[in-house]
Write a protein that binds this ligand. Sequence first.
Ligand SMILES: Cc1cc2nc3c(=O)[nH]c(=O)nc-3n(C[C@H](O)[C@H](O)[C@H](O)COP(=O)(O)OP(=O)(O)OC[C@H]3O[C@@H](n4cnc5c(N)ncnc54)[C@H](O)[C@@H]3O)c2cc1C
Ligand code: FES
Length: 279
Amino acid sequence: MRMPMCEACGDSGNRDMAVEHVVVRSNDRVCEGVGLMVLEAPATASKVRPGQFVHLRIASDREFMLRRPFSVHRAHGGTLEILYQVLGRGTRAMSLTQREDRMDLIGPLGHGWDIPDGLTHALLVAGGLGAAPLGMLAEELARRGVAATVVMGAPTGERLVARDLFERVARRVEACTDDGSAGEKGFVTVATHRLLDEGGFDMVYACGPEVMAKAVAGQAFEAGVACQVSLERLMACGIGVCLSCVVATVNGQKRACVDGPVFDAREVSWDVSEIPPRH
Ligand SMILES: Cc1cc2nc3c(=O)[nH]c(=O)nc-3n(C[C@H](O)[C@H](O)[C@H](O)COP(=O)(O)OP(=O)(O)OC[C@H]3O[C@@H](n4cnc5c(N)ncnc54)[C@H](O)[C@@H]3O)c2cc1C
Ligand code: FES
């Protein structure tokens, strides 16, 4: 079923979105508190672009009237992969769903990553579950012959989610962990500072805690490299109507669900932008 568009707000985004009834193909534990759900969703999978998200209705009972937004981690063979962290009731219920369970989603939604023509070497920066919207991007860059270096950070080595995927498609992957159990001990921003200093990048793509995204955006600016960030906001409608997801920008307030979640980092008013509670 295609969604009607809002005449009043004149949204340009989300033109392709529709409600799709989907079936769970698999739902596996990745590490403590993180799962990977594969959904049979051929209509959405055929249209989704890297960085876009879906608004998932986890169960049909009243408790889950409000949909939850999730980035599409990968899309292939008519399926969508959702990499999720268990935080509250909705994601806990997600972790209990099984093969053949049914749910519905609205998607694909939002403005994803821009991949300009002529890009040669991109730096992808993933903080924790920030790896989720970068998976499909890394695959698309490889498909287009664009080199990618990935810097990923997590509290421990076990929590470096999607590392296998990045190692398969990227030229180089650097890991940073809080406890030093894998890669370099410390924050991703130490590695990104060093890499940007070395040079050779013409785009930075970042997703993770907002303090990280802000710091990486600052480093990219200093290095004279364009930077895009994917920002999370609490979302109610997901289609541009309720204004629960506003992001402060130099061009006024924008809605993360239709104007984002990916923004040009130079456009974000970092000091007034709300920093939401985040994994
Ligand atoms: C565009 C977008 C893409 C996202 N992609 C992913 C993804 O790929 N994987 C993933 O694990 N999560 C993702 N999130 C966050 C995810 O939507 C929330 O974690 C989820 O809705 C929480 O639902 P819940 O019912 O389990 O938690 P709730 O019981 O609703 O809340 C539990 C805690 O999570 C916080 N929370 C709730 N919603 C959000 C949100 N939207 N952003 C940040 N914190 C939130 C609450 O403030 C509270 O502290 C994304 C969010 C957005 C906006
Ligand atoms: S979630 Fe309603 S306007 Fe963005």
